[in-house]
Design a protein around this ligand. Structure first.
Ligand SMILES: Cc1cc2nc3c(=O)[nH]c(=O)nc-3n(C[C@H](O)[C@H](O)[C@H](O)COP(=O)(O)OP(=O)(O)OC[C@H]3O[C@@H](n4cnc5c(N)ncnc54)[C@H](O)[C@@H]3O)c2cc1C
Length: 473
């Protein structure tokens, strides 16, 4: 019998499975898709390779969570440090998000002059530094008592940052700047959205500061695509099963039975990397169904529309751009398109002289479910985004070798989820209302961006770290 069956190979599932395996626990990793990595995978289409969603690795630096976990697994990825982390394009202005505060302040002051700029960005910078040097906290959901005790571990964080926890970010920005013009606010909102997955009006200033300041930490480009991280993490694992969807799970006395379409597996513990919104349907037992159903209301239906391109070009591009226009693109929730280029010398992902490009914009899952003319709508949005990307980055039609798009429904087909970006931590949806990595059900655990702590590499890895502590491994 397995000690751990890990269902799903996203950031959360793959890293906890690799860790447990490295520590000598009998573990198997089950993945529905033919690639590991979920929202952070790399896929191949007609011999062109693309990152499916995530393109940036944050948190891989000394003392930070991703590096600590990779070190514990014994994995050293092949990375390139990116500085600036992103270049933001808005109304002809180009703002590189340099890691160095002074260098960044000089461009911000030129593009978005404001007497409070230095004070504001210094605060954002300092809050980031302070937060990433804090540890010792954890979060349990096993029982009310365990939850209450775990919440006490946040006392030092609370003491350090409490004045920012209770102030709404939008109100804070308005007061701090004493009025801020639309263009500067759009610039801030676009950056907040890609990290916090919410608008400033929905979050507290603490979350807002972490979102605006992530580029002051190290960010990395991953050679060979983000999928390389999963192949690397799982390289020494004995039991990795791709194309292996778990269709049903039964709780037995002291163990679980997991069913794929052609086998039955027994495991003492199950770690689900499926979203909490989708996990109820894996079980027939009403107690477990109810546990997950209570979290279905957290599903904000937010998702991404994707554009994948291969271009032939000798031009030099930054690794990441955010293109901000004045109004939302139709069928989306945003004015901002996030565009990532492969590295010029990364021939594992695109041949010399070519670039693999992944571009994304926020949308709502429901826009795509109800659309009777799905194909035509998808094509229209694809062309709209393509036009903006080509105009802003000076790319010609003749340079485009391949171009495809994906909607939330495409993601559902491949990785069982249409909501992307996980659980946004808003003023309403904060500890202690978040699902944790443990559950009140013996031997059943969760990991991923819809449970504690948050989305993205650092957010999901904080959850993996929490799970390690709860499992005591
Ligand atoms: C467009 C986009 C861009 C992003 N950009 C970045 C970025 O640049 N940097 C960053 O850090 N983060 C980024 N993120 C966020 C980040 O990608 C996600 O938060 C993260 O990848 C989610 O990881 P997860 O552990 O929740 O697993 P998921 O990615 O949700 O993967 C879960 C896996 O489980 C599998 N699965 C589900 N059900 C079953 C089942 N029953 N049986 C077997 N397998 C199953 C799925 O197939 C999937 O592979 C981005 C997200 C998107 C959508």
């Amino acid at each position: 019998m397995l000690e751990y069956a890990v269902v799903g190979s996203g950031i959360g599932g793959c890293s906890i499975a690799a860790y447990l395996d490295a520590k000598g626990h009998k573990t198997a990793l089950f993945e529905k898709d033919s690639h590991l990595g979920g929202c952070s995978s790399t896929f191949n289409r007609n011999s062109y390779m693309y990152n499916s969603g995530a393109t940036t690795l944050a948190g891989y630096q000394e003392g930070h969570i991703v590096k600590s976990l990779f070190d514990a697994i014994g994995y050293k990825p092949k990375l390139l440090t990116t500085d600036p982390a992103i270049v933001i394009l808005q109304n002809g202005k180009e703002t590189p998000r340099f890691r160095d505060l002074e260098k960044f302040l000089a461009v911000v002051e030129q593009n978005y002059p404001h007497p409070k700029n230095r004070e504001f960005w210094t605060l954002v910078y300092e809050l980031n530094k302070k937060f990433y040097s804090t540890d010792g906290y954890y979060y349990s959901n096993r029982s009310l008592f365990k939850k209450a005790v775990s919440l006490l571990s946040y006392t030092p964080i609370f003491m350090k940052f409490f004045r920012y926890f209770f102030s709404n970010a939008k109100t804070f920005l308005d007061h701090f700047f004493g009025g801020i013009d639309k263009e500067y606010l759009d610039f801030l909102e676009a950056q907040i959205m890609i990290v916090a997955q919410a608008k400033s009006s929905e979050i507290n200033f603490f979350t807002c500061a972490l979102a605006l300041g992530y580029t002051f930490n190290e960010t990395h480009y991953v050679y060979g695509g983000m999928g390389a991280l999963f192949d690397g993490m799982s390289a020494n694992m004995q039991d990795v099963r791709k194309n292996s969807e778990i269709k049903k799970i039964e709780k037995k006395e002291g163990y679980y039975k997991l069913y794929t379409k052609d086998e039955v597996i027994e495991a003492k513990n199950v770690i689900l990397n499926s979203t909490v919104y989708e996990s109820a349907k894996l079980f027939d037992e009403s107690l477990i169904q109810k546990y997950y159903q209570k979290y279905e209301k957290l599903d904000n239906h937010q998702s991404s529309f994707m554009l994948y391109l291969t271009i032939k070009s000798d031009a030099d591009f930054s690794h990441h751009y955010q293109i901000i226009q004045d109004e939302n693109f139709e069928m989306t929730l945003s004015k901002a398109l996030f565009v990532s280029f492969s590295d010029k010398d990364d021939e594992q992902i695109a041949p010399k002289g070519y670039y693999s490009i992944t571009a994304s914009i926020h949308t709502d899952t429901r826009f795509w479910e109800k659309d009777a003319d799905y194909k035509a709508t998808k094509e229209r949005l694809k062309n709209l985004l393509l036009e903006s990307l080509m105009k802003n980055l000076d790319i010609q039609t003749s340079q485009i070798i391949d171009c495809i798009s994906a909607t939330p429904s495409t993601f559902a087909r491949y990785i069982n989820r249409s909501q992307l970006g996980g659980n946004a931590i808003t003023m309403k949806n904060f500890l202690p209302f978040l699902p944790s990595n443990d559950t009140p059900i013996e031997g059943l655990y969760n990991v991923g961006d819809t449970v504690y702590a948050a989305q993205g590499w650092p957010g999901v890895m904080l959850g993996v770290n929490n799970l390690k502590r709860l499992l005591d491994v």
